[in-house]
Design a protein around this ligand. Structure first.
Ligand code: AMP
Length: 115
């Protein structure tokens, strides 16, 4: 069954798309956790980071490069930002289509809540 993100990539579900090329689509998170919260997703469905293969290395690099460009476009590059990939249950992954969160626009605090 198609995930929400596959539907967005295929144009079957609307989203606030900020960037698109032959490898990735980037759109604003529907429940933003920061003033800028963009999701960068591969156009091809890969469920989790555990599923990436050696041939996906260029795609992963491209996702990071697009994140850097979008940070510039959003005007958050100088102040700084955070990139997150959640994987499976302990990572808090909710949508099983690989995605990179780009977060910024305010100070984001500690990286992870300490127990
Ligand atoms: P994760 O927990 O890493 O799987 O993140 C999934 C993210 O997708 C969450 O931040 C959600 O707010 C976001 N999300 C869920 N549905 C949509 C949607 N239709 N459009 C944009 N973002 C969404």
């Amino acid at each position: 069954m198609a995930t929400i993100f596959e539907k967005i990539v295929n144009g079957d579900l609307s989203a606030d798309i900020v960037y698109r090329d032959e490898q990735v689509t980037a759109f604003r998170d529907i429940r933003p956790a920061a003033p800028t919260h963009v999701l960068i997703v591969p156009n091809r469905s890969i469920p989790t980071l555990n599923d990436v293969q050696p041939e996906d290395e260029p795609l992963l690099g491209h996702m990071l490069y697009v994140a850097k460009q979008l940070a510039q476009q959003e005007g958050i590059d100088d102040d700084g930002y955070r990139l997150i990939i959640n994987c499976n249950q302990h990572g808090g992954q909710e949508v099983f289509h690989l995605h990179l969160h780009l977060l910024g626009g305010r100070s984001l605090g500690p990286m992870v809540m300490r127990k």
